[in-house]
Design a protein around this ligand. Structure first.
Ligand code: F6P
Length: 536
């Protein structure tokens, strides 16, 4: 036991699950259906316009009860209350974790335990969102003018990680609602080819840079911004473009943005209790509001709030984020799955796996408990995926006949206004067929073992009625809370990211060496560095 008095592996439920796991692989999901005609009905749950079917899992009723028991024996309930009430649950950075406040309403019971404080926070959020509304509407209506008096046609969001992935995913996913006269561009990588080729296509007179960085210190973002500034200087003669109407700063660090030169009224702030990977709901989402309009942006927030309320109020066994989290723990901690795949059957959700990689792997890729002890169990899985049907013609071979257990989340919109009936029927038919084939399998004809489909491969199917801003918001909040539940059960801090710091420090050392300073590098890295130098 540690100082929180909780170790997941010491709970009765954990030990019970270990025993159940010994025989689980011998069970058949299909047989579980045969013995329980209500399985499909009982193992599905709805929240708003999202419906999750989790019946195709290698989970008997007994296992499911044990998983629910694990949640009950974990600090999940108190941890969830602590998050929503604004306690500093991000202990290593001594910060609250309040992205849910970004979509809460005043008087909202979502932040109940400290009602006054919570209302004040929501008021602050509303002010900050009012700035997003004002700026986005000015840009959308053509009233925000560049330095030569022309309206904006192109917006470049320069940011990385949480300051890029969420806005980029949302703009792509919600293109049905996009402003026809505005094009959004996303520059994240420090690879100069990315920004230089983008700038070549643009007219500086009508281009706006949204410089998105929580800290306003990130190397890649600042270098890309510098290149953009030089472009404005070279093309428009605009020295210090960062002080002009061509730059807006989106940050939790007003001081740094101000020191950079962004005019005060062009800095859209958000609070430091919003983690970078949870920031698309804040002013970091400006590019989303520019693209789909502020009202749709608010719809996205409303969908996330609906999921927040569901997460707080639904009983554990009908709580969508808890269900997804428990299933993930079952496969990862008890059945030895190393990874989990997210396969959206919707091309506009192509970037969802990349977004979820940061959300899940930066949050739960930890091996130290909240009490600073090394864990002796697996934590966050490797998350990967891409869209169906494309994936069917690439990696699905491994899913059907490979040796690894890969639980899958299939995601689709039941109705798609941008598609037509024929395409959509084929798309969804493929998704349903894959889930079924993976579960049912097929015996091999005599002497043809290569035709054997073992089946018994688990999947969830998550259906959105349509890919509306509201449903998109609920989808993202669902995964945020899933990650939270898993972190609570694993007793880790899902809200820091110290693991990324060492590489940043060493990059700085290496770059200092190229500037003539002597860095302490290992022999392999020194040799590689020397080889690169010799090629240049
Ligand atoms: O290095 C990781 C990280 O800190 C992420 O957590 C974050 O989303 C990203 O870098 C960008 O940080 P910022 O928004 O401060 O530029």
């Amino acid at each position: 036991m540690n100082s929180t008095g909780y170790t997941p592996t010491a709970t009765r439920a954990w030990k019970n699950l270990q025993q159940l796991a010994e025989t689980a692989q011998a069970q058949s999901i299909s047989a579980l259906f045969s013995s329980d005609p209500e399985r499909s009905r009982d193992m599905s749950v709805a929240c708003g316009e999202l419906m999750l079917d989790y019946s195709k899992n290698l989970v008997s009723k007994q296992t499911w009860q044990a998983l629910l028991q694990l949640a009950a024996e974990s600090p999940l309930e108190s941890h969830r209350a602590a998050m929503f009430s604004g306690e500093n649950i991000n202990t290593t950075e001594d910060r609250a974790v309040l992205h849910a406040a970004l979509r809460a309403e005043i008087g909202d019971q979502t932040l109940a335990s400290a009602a006054d404080e919570s209302d004040q926070r929501v008021r602050l959020v509303k002010q900050q969102l009012a700035n997003v509304k004002q700026v986005s509407e000015k840009i959308r209506s053509g009233q925000w003018l560049g330095s030569t008096g022309k309206a904006i046609t192109d917006v470049i969001n320069i940011g990385i990680g949480g300051s890029d992935l969420g806005p980029k995913l949302a703009c792509n996913a919600l293109q049905e609602f996009a402003h026809p006269g505005l094009t959004l561009h996303f520059i994240s990588n420090v690879d100069g080819a990315e920004i230089l080729t983008t700038l070549k296509k643009l007219n500086p007179e009508t281009t706006l840079v949204a410089l998105a960085s929580k800290t306003f210190t990130t190397q890649e973002t600042l270098l890309n911004a510098k290149t953009a500034r030089h472009w404005f200087a070279n093309t428009l003669g605009l020295e210090n473009a960062q002080t002009s109407s061509h730059f807006i700063g989106l940050t939790a660090n007003r001081e740094n943005a101000r020191a950079y030169g962004i005019p005060d009224d062009q800095i859209l702030e958000f609070a430091e209790w919003v983690g970078g990977r949870y920031s698309l709901w804040s002013s970091i989402g400006l590019s989303i509001a520019i693209s789909i309009g502020y009202d749709n942006f608010v719809e996205m927030l409303a969908g996330a709030r609906e999921m927040d309320l569901h997460f707080q109020q639904a009983p554990t066994g009908q709580n969508m984020p808890v269900i997804l989290a428990l299933l993930g723990i079952w496969y990862s901690n008890f059945l030895d799955a190393q990874s989990t795949a997210v396969i959206p059957y919707c091309e506009r959700l192509l970037l969802l796996p990349a977004y979820l990689q940061q959300l899940d792997m930066e949050s739960n890729g930890k091996s130290t408990t909240l009490d600073g002890q090394p864990v002796d169990y697996q934590t966050g899985p490797i998350l990967w995926g891409q869209t169906g049907t494309n994936g069917q013609h690439a990696f699905f071979q491994l899913l059907h006949q490979g040796t690894r257990l890969v639980p899958i989340d299939f995601i689709a919109a039941a109705v798609d206004n941008l598609s037509n009936q024929e395409h959509h029927r084929v798309l969804l038919g493929n998704m349903l067929a894959q889930g079924s084939a993976l579960m049912c399998g097929q015996p091999a004809p005599k002497d043809e073992p290569f035709h054997y489909y073992p089946g018994n491969k688990p999947s969830n199917t998550l259906l959105l009625k349509s890919l509306s801003p509201k449903n998109f918001g609920a989808l993202i909040a669902l995964y945020e809370h899933k990650v939270f539940v898993q972190g609570s059960i694993w007793n880790i801090n899902s809200f820091d990211q110290w693991g990324v710091e060492l590489g940043k420090k060493m990059a700085n050392q290496l770059l200092a060496e190229s500037d003539g300073e002597q860095a302490q590098l290992d022999p392999s890295t020194s040799a590689l560095s020397a080889y690169i130098d010799s090629c240049q």
